[in-house]
Design a binder for this molecule. Sequence first.
Ligand code: NAG
Ligand code: NAG
Ligand code: NAG
Ligand code: NAG
Ligand code: NAG
Ligand code: NAG
Length: 391
Amino acid sequence: MLLTSVTSLFALASIVHGQDHLEIVTAPQFLEQPLSGFHHGSQSPLGVSEHYNYCNMPRTNKDTYTKVNSDYELIYVELIHRHHKRTAYASNLLPGDIKEDYMKYPQITTGGKIDSFNHGKDLYGVYHDVLGFLPDEYDSSKVEYRVTNNNITTQVFNSLIKGMYPSYNITPELREDDNLEPNLKCKQGDDLKTAIRSTPTWYQETNLTIYKELGDQDGVNAKDQPSFFNSIDHFFDNLSSKTCAGDAINVTESQFNTVMKLGHWEYDYTFRQSPNATAYGAYKFGNFTLELASHFQSAIDGESPVIYKHNIAHDGSISALTALIKDFTQIKLFQWPGMGSEYVFELYKKNDDHYLRILYAGRELTFTSVDEFFGYLDNIKVSDYSTQCSA
Ligand SMILES: *[C@@H]1O[C@H](CO)[C@@H](O)[C@H](O)[C@H]1NC(C)=O
Ligand SMILES: *[C@@H]1O[C@H](CO)[C@@H](O)[C@H](O)[C@H]1NC(C)=O
Ligand SMILES: *[C@@H]1O[C@H](CO)[C@@H](O)[C@H](O)[C@H]1NC(C)=O
Ligand SMILES: *[C@@H]1O[C@H](CO)[C@@H](O)[C@H](O)[C@H]1NC(C)=O
Ligand SMILES: *[C@@H]1O[C@H](CO)[C@@H](O)[C@H](O)[C@H]1NC(C)=O
Ligand SMILES: CC(=O)N[C@H]1CO[C@H](CO)[C@@H](O)[C@@H]1O
């Protein structure tokens, strides 16, 4: 019964709680909360320090960056972020959408190129200007960039690099077997995601009346375009691509808020709340994360000259990584990782010990001994999951 009060549902949940996992916040419960964050254009009222802006996420920057105690020496930085604003994916366009012939769907928009450039400037501002960590001149043995097989990440790189090392001709790394996108086959991970999204809690969400409302308004139906009805993803992308670009949308504010909230609920449920989320992350992004951990180890052992590695990726990459490390970072809510959403891993040395600081959206999540991170990966058996993956 959808109208049961939130308080009594939470009371019920806390009685049930105490078994093997946390109580789930359902989509109807989530809808009772106001929409959190900003979803209209790159410039949010509070600028880059806002906690959430789907169109241009807060990130590491000079104004909000907090330095650690000077006893710690920064020795290695690796970061991964989503690309910036783009047009909708072709599969998310609706019958009423005007498709320009010369345009590719998706592609980074003009606004997305500006955000990419500023993203590069912000990172350079912190890691070069404030910390003096990045070299003045680009040095390919120390600084590395990497993109995915999806061309929009290359488009982002081309703008971003102008904010960091504008006078160099740099080709970012691109791998055919791409654990960053990721495009490595992992049937187990895909099946698990389907299982997570085949639970009564999930069906309760996809049965909400908003689907039928928008379907009727837009002239799409579940029979011809089932992908619009299994999750709010397509409606979310259709609408947010437009609000991020400043284009008009033909839904009420209440409908818009519902779609945005359900998008956030779907990410929180799939990649954080579900008892299967960590395993999903390990299947899908274990390979990348183990490589990341190996970079930390090389830096600790002094085996690699690389001090800064910059990965440009997708919301799928950020989500899978979030799922994998959520019990380490202890995040309390995972909203859809918006445009440019960024994890930074900073590795420090103090005396003979090494420490890892993880930042998300420009804010510190954890700062612990790096051994705790290695121990966490062992505990959740990332390597076992990752090597089980098959086509
Ligand atoms: C990928 O993007 C680059 C830079 O924008 C462009 O030069 C190249 O033609 C694109 N390739 C494809 C296959 O779209
Ligand atoms: C978790 O995954 C298992 C195995 O695929 C599945 O049987 C179970 O229904 C899933 N549970 C949830 C809550 O996703
Ligand atoms: C909700 O939707 C799912 C499939 O999307 C369906 O199997 C189920 O019967 C529907 N009804 C309820 C009450 O969950
Ligand atoms: C906007 O939506 C209304 C109904 O919700 C519909 O009648 C109208 O045709 C739509 N307009 C456009 C331009 O799609
Ligand atoms: C990551 O995937 C690549 C390509 O499939 C594979 O060669 C490598 O062994 C994997 N690494 C780990 C740590 O699983
Ligand atoms: C659900 C939704 O917002 N659909 C929109 C997708 O885009 C078309 C074209 O702009 C709009 O008419 C729909 O309202």
